[in-house]
Design a protein around this ligand. Sequence first.
Ligand code: LUZ
Ligand code: MOS
Length: 745
Amino acid sequence: MRNIDSISHVTGKSIYVDDIPELADTAHSVILSSPIAHGKLLVINTEEVDAHKDLIKIITTKDIPGENQIGGIIQDEELLVDKAISFIGQPVAIIVAKSLDSAYEIREKIRLEYDEVRPIIDPVIAFDKGMIIGKPRTFQIGDTENAFTRCDKIVSGSVITGGQEHIYLETQGAYAFPTESGHKIISATQAPTVVQKGVSKVLGIAMHKIEVEVTRIGGGFGGKEDQATPYACMAALASYITKKPVKLILDRIDDIKMTGKRHPYVAQYKIGMVGKKIFAYEVTFYQNTGASADLAPAILERILFHTTNSYFIPNVKATALSCKTNLPPNTAFRGFGAPQSMFVLESAIHKVAKEIRVKPEEIQEANLISDEDEFPYGQIAENVKISKTWNQLLPMVRKHIDQVEDFNDSNNYVKMGYSFMPITFGISFTNTTLNQAGALVHVYQDGSMGISTGAIEMGQGVNTRILEAVAHKFSLSPNRIKIETTNTTRVSNTSPSAASATHELNGKATQLACDKILSRLLGLASEITNSDIKSVSLSDEFVHVDKKRTTLSWNDLVQKAYLKRIDLSAHGFYSTPKIYFDRTIEKGHPFAYHTYGTAFVQVKVDCIRGIYELERVVIVHDSGKAFNTEIDMGQIEGGVVQGLGWMLLEDLVYDEKGKLLSNSLSTYKIPDVHFIPKEINIEFLKGYDNPLGLMGSKAVGEPPFMYGIGGYFAVRNAMAEFNETDMKYHAPLTPERILMGLYGK
Ligand code: LUZ
Ligand code: MOS
């Protein structure tokens, strides 16, 4: 089934926050933010604008009726600067005006006075100064100290990974208006309940007075898991104070400046080999957290969960800590720490492979995880498919490897390279509590259905998948089913649409609700047809008895149920079984299952210019018993391209004052049609059932991102064919860095 949104997307009918027809008297707002990264706010001088004809209100901390606090995991983030300034772009005041143009004009004329202090940008300097958020965490298995004494080769090194700007198509924004009893907020969020809670706290009123509604959002990628909340809070605050509908939509410049990004990391590692086996691995991750925690503690945790990626390593010690710097608080981004973690281990493998003169893929293949192996966090690997994906991929790429070798034999200045990238990604929120979802299902008198869940449609196709699951359950035509907006008054306590688990959690909750209605309807059908309940079923919109079609149609059945006063609505609730994690010992069974896959990336590097072309990506991906391979393909293609962009293109450059220099799309390069691999060939692992997934499938949202890591090593391998240098393991490997690296600079 094709994505149910595709027609409305390409015809421009899909509604985003900024497309909502405005209510009469709607006010417009912009945010005045800090131009310095570190210091103390002294005065907000509004003299020049106080008499502006369109000014409605300038809102500062003193206007907040509830708490000036939006920290989720740790209460360390003010909504508006009170005194302490800790990053460039930190919100100081909200300007509410009669028109958007006037709001911008007023912002220009407000003068901020402050004392400036030297900012800290580098996480290791922050660490040296003791600027740590939360507690360091360590995951451990075996005994690394002892194990290193038994290794025949030990290599250590350091690795830097850059951040990444989300560049969702729709920028952050919200539209808030007063209702009879409270406020309604239409928010571009992945997490309606986080918004509801945040607004309730800032306004100092109960959650039931706050209604949050989302039709869909124009991309999220993690950037709207936590960070849609401040903008929704500001719009709600402005609406509360002015008693008007208030719109707050960031322009792209403000969005890039103010919002957090993927966390950059610095890591130091030591890897010990016995032959081709990785015997010991120690690593410390320094997370560049930015000015406050946001989701950093959870991301730090996932970096530890994926320390060993697809490999079994018997002796591991991995430590991670959050370093507080004067950057916008960094946040969730597809993969949630796992990509950074996997890149470090791949760098270690790449470096040690050179030293022991084997190909990296020989080490990769020799250490792939199998059933019964223990992850450093205590979970025992079951139903492992990583070698299966590797083995299905190999014959698909042999001819490409030959092509690379032939090409390099006959070319001096242009070189090809390739790399393999296996991925193993844990499915479930690492915070066990979040693995829950609710759904509300209505059957109307005409036999059509409305489905409400906590899932946010952000382009990933979750609505299509849920619709498909319902159609399957009732054997109904898809056009009888409508997926409603996500609204906190219909489905409460929603977990963020995140962690690749959204369609699974919400889809399963929906199925459970459907089961309740189905059993009532089948009970009635057995009465009407005078047959045993076990023999009645629904198929092609008719009641069947012993698989034979009766004259009782779906419509008749629903109509009869209504007349008999049978409940045609149901609520369903799902919580993932069996998962737990004990943080006091850092052991448990945090993931319902793992998604696996292996990619092969082939590139061509122009060694005179330092530029490259992505020749092909070949992937074998495990989607369980995939039930919508079109949507899976979309996720895999998008993920791998986004991952390649992170590794090879997207460079966040800050100056020493903490100002982002690559602050627009002219300087911050994201994948475009010229960058995208010339060929992307995806095969699914031969299907098998995954009972913990929706209809036997597996979660697919984040895992493919990490295939992009292969691009980094493919480029390095091509470069080494021209000139082997001891270039640092520093991502992104932009054309500039390639050029310098090729000549040992
Ligand atoms: N968000 C979250 C996530 O809150 N917890 C997670 O474990 C997670 N994992 C991936 C992406 N987002
Ligand atoms: Mo996410 S990084 O699944 O919001």
